[in-house]
Design a protein around this ligand. Structure first.
Ligand code: FEO
Length: 391
């Protein structure tokens, strides 16, 4: 019952770039089969606030709203709960099942005293036809209130944000879309949203797998539904949650008069000269989207940061990158710094400090060039690249 949002360009305010649209997935389970109404109808999640009116109107075409027995709010964030106020105007007494934390968040967002039914892991509701909806708290995956639920009989895990992607598609299912597009959005979503919680991701997945529940479908709240080999995305999450890296070396830099860019390109040549297998990538942080850069850093084993010295500091584009890195807490990364300077030359030292503060291994003191790199400096950068390439 959700909404495909082809127009979206930014999510979480301006914090997450959207390249391929997104979806807000809402699910209606209809078990009701006869006038006695022994079986139940359940609505799981809603859509983002701007689509509330459209969502409720569509829902009314599908079912008499009064026949929705339960609402499940797996997560209180506005992209899933945004249509609740509009919906609850029609069915104010219908119970809303959510975690205790979601109850607080929903009250915080909407200041309404709806008929909340707080649940914990293992709590369940019977839907009739021998089916049950079992709740699983997903604390900090990615909010304190997050929850999933599992429909027995049909073996569907409604995972909410977990295993999702910001990926609009009219095809709806994972096996129908281009796999490279799908997985590039999956890894971007993991790198930019879930990495700070990787330890919890790993523990929660192992907890759920230990229950040995058959899973035929993973119905996420964003992007396509996993129906073909649905646990492939679970296996990916286990990889990503455990100090993930590829054989990639990434250079992230900004430049004022092209000197630091020339340094970056020369260091990259040095790396390739001794390490043809490494996937070497260069990104100008002032020009390339920061979330896409974060995804590339997530995949890397070594990252080199470049900035000229500006007013005894670093370029603001790099400062923004370091602020992101502090929050995302990537692990198992090595790093170093480089940059041009004309006067006092603090940028490399400043970045060394930021690398250490991010909890990364600083692999050397970095390399500086005085003014625009001359031939001697270019040679030094090439040799420096070779040194990095051998690591
Ligand atoms: Fe898709 Fe955490 O909201």
């Amino acid at each position: 019952m959700g909404k495909i949002d082809w127009e979206l360009k930014k999510f979480h305010g301006d914090e997450y770039s959207i390249n391929r649209g997104t979806t807000y997935n809402s699910y209606l389970i209809r078990e009701e089969k006869n006038v006695l109404r022994e079986e139940k109808n359940v609505l799981i999640d809603t859509v983002w606030l701007p689509f509330a009116g459209e969502f409720v109107a569509n829902l009314q075409k599908e079912i008499d709203l009064k026949k929705i027995d339960y609402v499940v709010a797996n997560h209180a964030e506005i992209d899933h709960s945004g249509a609740l106020p509009e919906l609850m105007r029609f069915i104010p007494d219908t119970p809303i099942y959510c975690t205790q934390n979601a109850l607080k968040s929903l009250r915080g967002h909407y200041h309404q005293n709806w008929n909340f039914k707080p649940v914990k892991t293992g709590d369940k509701i019977s839907l009739g036809n021998g089916k049950e909806l079992i709740f699983v708290e997903m604390r900090m995956l990615h909010w304190p209130d997050s929850m999933a639920c599992y429909l027995t009989g049909d073996n569907i895990l409604f995972s909410n944000d977990a295993f999702g992607q910001h990926y609009a598609s009219e095809y709806m299912f994972n096996d129908l879309v281009k796999q490279d597009e799908l997985f590039s959005e999956c890894i971007k979503y993991y790198a930019n949203i879930l990495t700070p919680f990787s330890k919890l991701v790993d523990a929660k997945i192992k907890e759920v797998l230990a229950l040995q529940l058959p899973i035929d479908i993973i119905a996420t709240s964003h992007g396509v539904i996993w129906r073909q080999n649905p646990t492939q995305i679970v296996e990916k999450y286990l990889q990503w949650a455990n100090a993930y890296q590829e054989n990639q070396i990434t250079l992230v830099y900004d430049t004022m008069w092209e000197g630091t860019r020339r340094m970056a390109e020369t260091i990259a040549k040095g790396i390739k000269d001794v390490n043809a297998a490494a996937n070497v990538k260069l990104y100008n942080a002032a020009k390339i989207d920061k979330n896409d850069i974060m995804t590339e850093i997530f995949k890397s084993r070594i990252v080199l940061f470049g900035s000229p010295t500006i007013n005894k500091g670093i370029a603001t584009a790099l400062a923004g990158i370091f602020e992101e890195l502090k929050g995302l807490q990537f692990v198992n990364k090595k790093a170093a710094a480089f940059g041009c300077y004309g006067w006092s030359g603090e940028s490399v030292g400043n970045m060394n400090k930021l690398i250490t503060e991010a909890g990364w291994e600083l692999i050397n003191d970095g390399i500086k060039c005085f003014w625009n790199p001359d031939e001697e400096s270019i040679t030094k950068c090439f040799l420096y690249g070779q040194e990095i390439g051998r690591m």
